[in-house]
Ligand binder design. Structure first.
Ligand code: ARG
Length: 560
């Protein structure tokens, strides 16, 4: 039931269609103020009267009914009260019937969205800096799928560049297949760091590295075998973390995948007269658009990051015919995206407008920064295991008797990491704190998961429940149901703004409302009617919180 449209149609204002009227209708911050409100100053221009008069006139002409029980004018606002009993009954029934599909829709049917996220670099450590892109991208994939879109999750691997030549040189000098298979990413990082130290005093190493990189590019068998070994090891390592975070991809087409797809792009840029020569390099001049030039080819003819991104976008359009192509990448790359989007526009591709950079802020730990060159990084794997370990200790202290403590600690620990990265607007820089994300009180995942566990114990205690009618609804009861009714629009808003944080926020609000209800309204009461109604609220809350967390890639536990 769309109340805004219902009210708009009933108001039937001349010169305005129902859609426009409904877009003016707001939901008051407090349920005691009514359920919907129309600020009449928005109509003043069209109706040519002061808002106070408009509100009075509209209120007088409004006939209440089974759906809208009250309509009154106050200070230029038109306030509506809906039939809350009706609303409560239908909402609870909808949640309980749809269950894990509650909140889903088909608004995205027939549309494909490509989401480029996580996009790790081969042979480099998977560190805390990759947390946001990974969990924001993954949540967006799940959100769009839930809304009926076809989603293509793409890990645009950083698997191209002279650093792979460096790795081969380092491998030959200081490592072996044995050592790499044993030490894995740590070994690759070790020799990469060593290369940079040694190259400071021995620049010929860099020449060697360039030579090997060319060999990779030209399809040399031995070099490619090593390169593929590095790639395989990296992917196996990150896959462990992806599994923990419930993250998956539909494509791992990375930068090197576009090796043979760039020359047609360069040719097209030349044909269209977009290329300029500058000190031997080929560039697209973007001065007119207030940006530095976009580098397409270096003076030695080699391609760049932007060249591969242009080829990738064209390839994605041809392959998936996307409606939108999103890039979940840190704001440090703002300029890069602006530049290559512009180049695609200049190439005459009308779909350039469908490319969007979903930028996010930095994550750091309480104690400082990281850099690959020196090997001083905080591995994401370590952050997750440490959080799980700490979660285990918290559970041990709070509730030592629950079953499968280890499983619970895993769900709580990984959930805390994901939620911790998603509980602010994505553009904000965040400082990750173990104690904060694991706190049971406050804006945290354990708080939401604990609320689900609380629902479970109520359900266990009260049994299956049954039919009920609603009389004298308490404010605390209604507040929970009112939020349940907002789940759908919250997901849609999250998808429109690319903000999983709307869902973390929502989950916290719902958990808080439920806990207030839990403490103020006894659920396991004698009165069967009241008990059944409150039990239905509890079940619906459990479903909705579970669905919200699932959209973020977070699990729930029976007990904690
Ligand atoms: N691998 C890149 C980096 O770590 C991110 C790639 C993002 N995706 C893209 N299509 N440029 O900076």
């Amino acid at each position: 039931m769309d109340y805004k449209i219902y009210i708009a149609k009933k108001l039937n204002i001349e010169g305005l269609d129902a859609e426009s009227i409904s877009s003016f209708i707001e939901i008051p911050p407090e349920t005691t103020m009514g359920d919907y409100a129309l600020p009449c100053f928005k109509l003043a221009k069209i109706m040519r009267r002061p808002p106070v008069v408009i509100a009075e006139t509209l209120a007088n002409g409004f006939t209440t009914d089974e759906v809208i029980k009250e309509c009154s004018a106050l200070n230029g606002y038109l306030n509506f009260k809906i039939n809350r009993e009706n609303f409560a009954l239908t909402t609870l029934e909808e949640v309980l019937t749809l269950n894990e599909n509650f909140g889903s829709s088909n608004i995205g049917e027939g549309k494909t969205i490509c989401i480029d996220y996580s996009s790790i670099n081969i042979a480099k450590p998977f560190h805390i800096g990759h947390l946001s892109t990974t969990v924001i991208g993954s949540a967006l994939c799940k959100i769009f799928r839930f809304l009926g879109y076809k989603v293509v999750g793409i890990n645009h691997l950083g698997d191209y560049g002279t650093q792979f030549g460096k790795l081969i040189v380092a491998y030959k000098l200081w490592s072996s297949e044995e050592a790499v298979k044993q030490g894995r990413l740590k070994e690759l990082t070790r020799i990469y760091v060593k290369f940079h130290e040694e190259a400071k005093s021995n620049p010929s190493l860099d020449d060697e590295a360039r030579r090997y990189f060319t060999l990779i590019e030209n399809g040399d068998e031995e070099s490619n075998k090593l390169f593929n070994l590095f790639k395989q090891i990296t992917l196996e390592e990150v896959d462990k973390i992806y599994k923990m975070l419930n993250v998956s991809f539909d494509s791992y087409a990375g930068e090197s995948f576009y090796n043979d797809k760039m020359s047609p792009i360069v040719a097209e840029l030349n044909e269209k007269g977009l290329i300029k020569k500058s000190e031997g390099a080929s560039i697209v001049d973007l001065e007119e658009y207030g940006m530095p030039p976009c580098l397409i080819l270096k003076s030695d003819g080699s391609t760049l990051y932007a060249t591969r991104d242009i080829a990738a976008a064209v390839y994605r359009k041809n392959t998936y015919d996307f409606y939108k192509c999103l890039y979940v990448v840190a704001y440090q790359q703002n300029l890069h995206f602006k530049q290559f989007f512009k180049v695609i526009e200049l190439m005459g591709r009308s779909w350039a407008k469908d490319l969007e950079h979903v930028a996010y802020g930095m994550v750091s730990l309480e104690d400082g920064a990281m850099s690959t060159r020196t090997g001083n990084v905080v591995l994401l794997e370590d952050v997750i295991s440490r959080t799980i370990e700490k979660a285990y200790n918290v559970i041990e202290a709070k509730n030592p008797n629950i079953e499968n403590k280890e499983e619970v600690a895993k769900t709580v620990g990984t959930g805390a990491v994901i939620f911790g990265a998603l509980c602010n607007s994505k553009i904000k820089d965040i400082v990750f704190s173990y104690d904060r994300v694991l706190s049971f009180e406050g804006e945290t995942c354990p708080y939401v998961q604990y609320t689900v566990a609380r629902c479970n114990s109520v359900i266990k205690k009260c049994g299956n429940g049954g039919a009920y009618t609603i009389k004298d609804m308490q404010k605390e009861e209604y507040d929970v149901i009112s939020l349940l009714g907002k789940f759908k629009e919250t997901i849609v808003r999250a998808s429109e703004k690319y903000e999983p944080f709307f869902i973390t926020r929502y989950a916290l609000d719902l958990a808080t409302a439920f806990n207030k209800f839990y403490f103020d309204c006894k659920i396991a009461v004698e009165d069967e009617n009241v008990r059944n109604f409150r039990l239905a609220i509890t079940k619906a809350t459990k479903i909705t919180l579970t669905n919200a967390l699932t959209l973020l890639g977070i699990g729930v536990v029976e007990q904690m």
